[in-house]
Design a protein around this ligand. Sequence first.
Ligand SMILES: Cc1cc2nc3c(=O)[nH]c(=O)nc-3n(C[C@H](O)[C@H](O)[C@H](O)COP(=O)(O)O)c2cc1C
Length: 185
Amino acid sequence: MKISKKMSFSQLFKQMLPEEICAYGNVFTMVGKDFYVITSGKGDHYNSMIGSGGGFGLLFKKPSAWCTLRTDRYTLELIQKEQTYTLSYFPNEYKGQMLFLGSKTGRDSEKMKETRLIAIQTPSGNMSFKEAGLIIECKLTQITTPGRNDFYSQEAKDYIRDAYKAPNDYRKYVFGEITHVWVKK
Ligand SMILES: Cc1cc2nc3c(=O)[nH]c(=O)nc-3n(C[C@H](O)[C@H](O)[C@H](O)COP(=O)(O)O)c2cc1C
């Protein structure tokens, strides 16, 4: 589909159920190879970063998504403030733009103005991008900061030893209830 700036959300996307996400793609590939963009904020003040890892499942009996964010991410600050956010998955041709959102923090830069991706508001008022193939809207349910002693396998211990070197390196596990899923028409 050729995307123009004029196209509305309903012209570009249709709703699907969280249970249908696997029809869009393999969930391991989506989070581990293709990556995704995490966006929070509203209107003209929003921020995005690229994320990797995390996944999908049930939490408090609700379809949910989780991701891990370093404490100092500006996107995390906005997630905590707004308590809603989107996870956006893109066709491969937009990988460069996704990586750009991971190249610097939006806390003290104009990266959201510099990106070539075209922002779009969902009907709920959350922010994503017209180029996305899949948009998952989340309501923040839980943020957990695991302690150093919460890890058991050697791989997990090694990972967390490296991750916890500096105060800002703490990883937060962010869980959100999936409120809407939108797929490109
Ligand atoms: C491929 C890739 C995947 C990334 N995955 C994560 C992630 O899962 N969690 C995280 O905290 N940072 C991750 N980052 C780093 C952030 O995207 C990056 O630091 C970003 O600039 C943070 O932006 P912000 O401070 O504006 O939120 C990743 C970076 C790249 C290049």
